[in-house]
Design a protein around this ligand. Structure first.
Ligand code: NOJ
Length: 729
């Protein structure tokens, strides 16, 4: 390969609908012919893929196939719930199956590379990209990260229906200051290693073929030119062999960051910092060969990066099968089994936040089949486009069954009254008045409110106000004032601060953005054909001022303990603690929380040992062991005391005290979904080993230390009874 041809393999352009600011290059055909391009993205059909691939394979000197990528984030044509919703299922197998469907559809269109999963830890609901990931917890996030990778890449990357995964954004992107997208990030090495890196490590261990660097600076070093994270941690410590892609123009952005004064310096710093491939900025294309010639970049380093790119292309079987079968493409989309899975995924993603009794009666949900007239009100009740979420790949609004369509089918036009009520943003008094009249004619009101998915969630969609947008709060209050029983369905890419609603509305469901099967799934949940089982993967704030808000926080030296935080402090004991004077510290709903139509009772956790040895646990840790002699078995009885069968996600939390560094008040270290029939009790057992007890300590090492350990087996991160044990030397 000539130097230019080598550099070509490290160059990537967007030749379709842009997903970032323009870069001015459009002469793809001639660049590909000259071997100046290694990968293209944002092209979505087999026909277009083949057109470009033919140029690469039949007209370029070396005939190296192009790699085609796309943001396939939660489905390709069959859109699943947004990742925040998928994670709320606490069901990695489900996520793996959804990713498999996405891979089948994407690969049928010639896309063999997805820029997914988003494995950024998200502790701040202001950050719009919380919608794209699996929430705030590293343990759950790691389980989801590997599930996505397994689903996309399948058992063999060279199977025609497998696609290469690209966990992103490495690293710390979710910790943007103030929740403002692309903003700077400061994280101590402890916090980075303990909370932000584990999902990436899990994705790498699951075999992710590529990885994407982030936009943000991390402790003043832009993540796209950070040898500590990209080379030391990723390559040396974790042994990652795959390709590191930049994010969209993040190489060029090194100039704006202030660590390069021109394009050549940006290219040099990004490349030597550990970025193999330049997405969209054109700077490797423009400068890398010259940087090699001038001796600023060793050619051996270019060779390494090129090898990594070629290895992925070989692994995908692109050299043998560069083209995509245009005839078979359509048949791969929206298959009945894919739609069934999309419905199941949506059903499992819903989190029942509140379900209180209507005055003098049973809980409002599930709705009785006797309900004669339902008023369906709200801007998201019949909005196909929004159900697709913020990254819809090739999802089409026309594929979506809305709640209105599903309810109309079930109840007939006579049983359903519909009023839009307001726009997501905007709307008029007349619309609201019409909705009130509609509500008054019905037995029950279902309100479908929330955010605009493409405009208000996802990339570049940070919000400083987290209430209902536009006039929706006004609509909500007017409808509640009718005195009709109200069920509120919240469609959003983040938790919304709406304390009034949680006080006054009897039933509230977090529906996220559920995907193509939104309507049928919601219908089944509302009428009790499925029992809601989703649990929150982010702490739900009461007020924006609480953000960043996360359950696995440190205790501080002045924890508020049992002080009543719902009123201002009355004396010094109440004042000089870590608190707000105007809002409780606690979330509206904690991480892990979610109701169902059953009730579950948790017994006291029992431990198989009262003592563990730090030495033995560390030996196991070094040997890479998980379930081991050094581990403890923790079990608890869980009983369904309700009248319906249900699935409960039983969670295990651990706290360590007396250690060299302060550790969270609770850390998730296990979870299991159990199915329980009415009255049934199951003993749920967890094997808790070195992984749960090791942490990044004051010696800058992952190790287990002597500690007092508290363990909970509980339905969420803030309740449950505890058991204790000691880790001794
Ligand atoms: C920028 C986003 O940060 C990234 O997640 C995405 O993959 C690229 N644009 C490509 O669309």
């Amino acid at each position: 390969m000539t130097l230019e041809e080598k550099v070509g393999q490290l160059v990537q352009y967007s030749a379709g609908q842009p997903t970032g600011p323009g870069t001015g290059r459009t002469d793809y055909d001639s660049m590909i012919r000259k071997g100046e391009v290694g990968a293209l993205f944002n092209i979505t059909t087999a026909r277009e893929v083949n057109v470009y691939q033919r140029i690469a394979v039949e007209q370029s000197r070396l005939r190296i196939p192009l790699l085609f990528g796309l943001d396939v984030i939660h489905g390709f044509r069959t859109e699943f719930p947004i990742p925040l919703g998928l994670a709320s299922s606490w069901d990695p197998q489900l996520v793996e199956r959804a990713a498999r469907v996405a891979a089948r559809e994407a690969s049928a269109s010639g896309i063999r590379w997805t820029f997914s999963p988003v494995v950024d830890i998200a502790r701040d609901a202001r950050w719009g990209r919380m919608a794209e990931g699996s929430g705030e917890d590293p343990y759950l996030g790691s389980a989801m990260a590997s599930a996505y990778v397994r689903g996309y890449q399948g058992t063999r990357l060279d199977a025609a229906d497998s696609i290469a995964a690209c966990p992103k954004h490495f690293v710390g992107y979710g910790a943007a200051e103030g929740g403002r997208d692309y903003n700077s990030v400061e994280l101590s090495e402890h916090t980075l290693r303990q909370f932000y890196l584990p999902p990436f490590h899990a994705a790498v261990d699951a075999g992710a073929a590529t990885l994407m660097g982030a936009f943000n600076s991390l402790n003043a070093v832009p993540a796209s030119a950070n040898p500590f994270t990209l080379r030391q941690i990723l390559r040396t410590e974790w042994g990652f062999q795959g390709v590191v892609d930049s994010d969209w123009t993040s190489v060029a952005e090194l100039v704006a960051h202030g660590i390069a004064n021109d394009g050549a310096a940006a290219a040099r710093k990004a490349f030597l910092g550990g970025v193999d491939m330049d997405m969209a900025s054109s700077l490797y294309h423009d400068h890398l060969a010259q940087l090699v010639r001038s001796g600023e970049v060793p050619e051996a380093r270019v060779d390494e990066a090129v090898r990594r790119v070629l290895r992925v292309k070989f692994a995908l079987g692109l050299f043998e099968h560069p083209y995509s079968d245009e005839v078979k493409e359509a048949a791969a989309m929206l298959r009945p089994e894919s739609l069934t899975l999309a419905r199941t995924a949506a059903e499992q993603s819903f989190v029942l936040l509140k379900n209180s009794a209507s005055p003098g009666g049973a809980p409002i949900l599930p709705l009785s089949t006797e309900t004669r007239t339902i008023a369906l009100i709200g801007p998201l009740a019949d909005d196909q486009n929004n159900m697709l979420g913020s990254w819809a790949a090739r999802g089409r609004a026309e594929d979506v069954v809305t709640l209105r369509a599903a309810l109309t089918q079930k109840l007939g036009v006579d049983g359903l009254r519909y009023a839009k009520g307001t726009e997501i943003i905007g709307g008029s008094d007349d619309q609201i008045a019409d909705a009130v009249r509609t509500a008054e004619q019905a037995d029950v009101v279902i309100l479908a409110l929330g955010e605009d998915a493409p405009a208000m969630t996802g990339e570049a969609a940070s919000r400083a106000h987290l209430g209902l947008p536009g006039r929706q709060q006004q609509l909500l209050e007017k409808i509640v004032a009718t005195g009709k029983p109200v069920v509120l369905l919240l469609f959003s890419g983040r938790p919304l601060t709406m304390p009034w609603a949680f006080e006054h509305v009897p039933a509230v469901v977090a529906a996220w953005f559920p995907g193509v099967q939104a309507g049928p799934a919601l219908l089944r949940a509302l009428f009790g054909e499925v029992n809601p089982s989703g649990k929150l993967v982010v702490s739900w704030p009461r007020a924006v001022g609480q953000e960043p808000l996360y359950y696995n926080a440190l205790n501080t030296g002045r924890p508020a303990g049992n002080i009543d935080l719902t009123r201002p402090p009355k004396n010094g004991d109440e004042k000089f603690v870590s608190r707000y004077i105007d809002v409780p510290n606690s979330p509206q709903f904690p991480f892990g929380y979610g109701l169902s139509y059953s009730n579950y009772q948790y017994g006291q956790p029992r431990l198989s040992k009262e003592q563990l040895s730090a030495g033995a646990l560390n030996d196991e840790l070094c040997a890479g062991g998980r379930a081991s002699n050094a581990a403890v078995e923790v079990s608890a009885d869980v009983t369904n005391t309700g009248t319906r069968a249900g699935e409960e996600t039983v969670q295990l939390y651990v706290r360590l005290q007396g250690t060299s560094v302060a550790l969270p008040v609770r850390a998730l270290s296990g979870f299991q979904r159990v199915t329980l029939t009415p009255g049934e009790t199951k003993k749920v057992t967890f094997t808790v080993g070195p992984d749960a007890f090791a942490f990044w300590n004051d010696q800058n090492k992952f190790a287990v230390e002597p500690a007092r350990v508290t363990i909970w087996v509980s339905p969420d991160s803030s309740s449950g009874s505890e058991a204790t044990l000691q880790i001794v030397k």
